[in-house]
Design a protein around this ligand. Structure first.
Ligand SMILES: Cc1ncc(COP(=O)(O)O)c(C=O)c1O
Length: 401
C-alpha cells in the first residue's frame, strides 16, 4: 500500500460535523440566523470572555478589532515579527503605522522586555498585538501591566491558541479570555485547531467595544430596533429629516463598516468542532510528546518551548536546526521527497517588500526573530495523524539532522 502524504496541518471532519452543516443548509437561515449566536455563546463559555463576535476570518477579526479601537491615520501599532501577515496588516488597513518588537527566544512570542524598552526609548504605541505563537500564550499579564504604565490597548492574536490556557498566581485563564487584553481574536482556518472553513472571532469583556464590533461587522449599519446604539449627530446629517425613522425597515450608517459576516452553516461546523476541542488538544499534546521524546537527545536540534507548554493546545511544532539555513533546507527537501510536507512559520514580517519599502526596515532589525527564522521548520501536527505517521516524520528528521 502506498503511504498517504503527510501535510503539515489538516482539518478533522466527522459525520457529526457534516450532519450539523447539512441540517442548517436545510433550515430557513443560511446567514444571520440563530446558529451565529449559539457559536458565540459557546466561545464565551470556553474562554469566559463576556462577548464573542464571530466573523469571516481571523484577518477580518483583527481588522474589526483595530477599527473598534479607532486606530486611524498614523496611529502606531506594534506586533511580533514572528507571525502571519495579518497581525501587522490590520494596523495598515486602518491607516496606522506598524512597527515590530523582537521575540523572546524561549517563548518565540513578543518579548515584554523589548516592548518596555521600545516604550521607554522610542515611542508609546496606541495598540500592541502580541501573538500566542504556536499555541503558547504570550506573556499577557506582563503586557497588561505595561499597558497600565504606558496606556496602550492590547489585542491578543490567539489565532493559534484556542484551547490553550495560562496560570497566574494559581488562577487559570483561557487564551482569548481577555483577562489581560482589551480584545482577543481566533482564526478557524482549516490549518488551525478547530475549523469553520474560513472563519474568525473577536472576544472582549467590554460592552461598548462589543456593540461597536457587531455594527462594524455589518457595514456600520444600525437598524431602527437598535437605534439607541448610535450617537446623535451634530453634523450635516442632522439636517436631513427622514420621516421614516420610526419605520421597522429603517437603518442608518454612522460609521463605515465592512461585510465580515460568517454563515450559519460555517458556525454549525464550528459548534460541532468545539465539542471535540478537548480530544484535539489531548492528541496534539500526545504527538508533541512523541516528537519531544525522539528529538530531545539530539544536540543539533532545539525543541519548541516545552517547559512552558503544559497548558498549551499546540498548533505548530516549530523545530529548530542549529546547523542553520542550509541544514533546514536539506531537511525540508529530504522530507518532501518522502511526501512529508513541512512549513516555515514565519519569515519576519518586516522583511516583506511592503513593510521594508514603506518604512525602510532592514535585516538585523529583530535579530532574535531572524535567527529563529533561519533555522526553523514546522513539522506535521494535526490530531488525525497516526502514530505510524508520527514515527515516519521522526525517522526522516533523525536520519537527516
Ligand atoms: C497568528 C495569525 N494571526 C492571524 C491569522 C489570520 O487568520 P485567517 O487566515 O483566518 O484570516 C493567522 C492565519 O494564518 C495567523 O496565523
Amino acid at each position: 500500500m502506498t503511504e498517504q502524504p503527510i501535510p503539515y496541518a489538516k482539518q478533522w471532519i466527522t459525520r457529526d460535523d457534516i450532519h450539523g452543516v447539512c441540517e442548517i443548509l436545510e433550515s430557513s437561515f443560511l446567514t444571520t440566523g440563530p446558529v451565529i449566536e449559539q457559536f458565540e455563546n459557546k466561545l464565551c463559555e470556553l474562554t469566559q470572555a463576556r462577548h464573542a463576535i464571530v466573523c469571516a476570518n481571523g484577518t477580518a477579526a483583527l481588522h474589526l478589532a483595530c477599527l473598534a479601537l479607532g486606530i486611524t491615520d498614523n496611529d502606531l501599532g506594534v506586533t511580533s515579527p514572528n507571525s502571519f501577515l495579518s497581525s501587522a496588516n490590520c494596523i495598515e488597513f486602518c491607516g496606522g503605522r506598524t512597527d515590530f518588537i523582537d521575540i523572546d527566544p524561549l517563548t518565540l512570542c513578543m518579548s515584554p522586555e523589548s516592548l518596555e524598552t521600545y516604550c521607554r526609548e522610542k515611542a508609546v504605541p496606541r495598540v500592541v498585538i502580541p501573538v500566542d505563537f504556536s499555541g503558547i500564550a504570550a506573556d499577557l499579564p506582563r503586557f497588561k501591566s505595561l499597558s497600565q504604565t504606558y496606556g496602550f490597548y492590547i489585542i491578543e492574536d490567539a489565532a493559534h491558541a484556542i484551547g490553550s490556557t495560562y496560570t497566574i498566581e494559581g488562577k487559570r485563564f483561557a487564551c482569548g479570555s481577555c483577562a489581560h487584553s482589551d480584545m482577543a481574536i481566533f482564526s478557524f482556518h482549516p490549518a488551525k485547531t478547530i475549523t469553520t472553513g474560513e472563519g474568525g472571532a473577536i472576544l472582549t469583556n467590554d460592552d461598548a467595544l462589543a456593540k461597536r464590533l457587531r455594527t462594524l461587522r455589518t457595514h456600520g449599519m444600525i437598524r431602527s430596533k437598535d437605534q439607541n446604539q448610535g450617537q446623535s449627530s451634530a453634523n450635516a446629517s442632522a439636517n436631513i429629516i427622514d420621516n421614516t425613522k420610526e419605520a421597522p425597515w429603517y437603518y442608518e450608517m454612522k460609521t463605515l463598516g465592512c461585510n465580515y459576516r460568517i454563515t450559519d452553516f460555517q458556525c454549525a461546523l464550528g459548534l460541532s468542532q468545539l465539542d471535540r476541542l478537548p480530544q484535539f488538544k489531548a492528541r496534539r499534546n500526545q504527538i508533541v510528546s512523541l516528537y519531544n521524546k525522539a528529538f530531545q537527545a539530539n544536540t543539533h536540534l532545539i525543541l519548541p518551548p516545552k517547559e512552558l507548554a503544559s497548558e498549551a493546545c499546540p498548533h505548530l511544532y516549530p523545530l529548530q536546526f542549529k546547523k542553520g539555513e542550509k541544514s533546514r533546507l536539506a531537511i525540508y527537501n529530504a522530507l518532501q521527497s518522502r511526501d512529508i510536507h513541512c512549513q516555515v512559520h514565519y519569515i519576519p514580517i518586516y522583511w516583506q517588500p511592503y513593510y521594508a519599502d514603506k518604512y525602510g526596515y532592514a535585516k538585523g532589525k529583530c535579530p532574535r526573530a531572524e535567527t529563529y527564522y533561519s533555522r526553523t521548520l514546522s513539522l506535521p501536527l494535526y490530531p488525525a495523524m497516526t502514530d505510524d505517521q508520527v514515527q515516519n516524520v521522526i525517522d526522516a528528521v533523525l536520519s537527516n539532522a
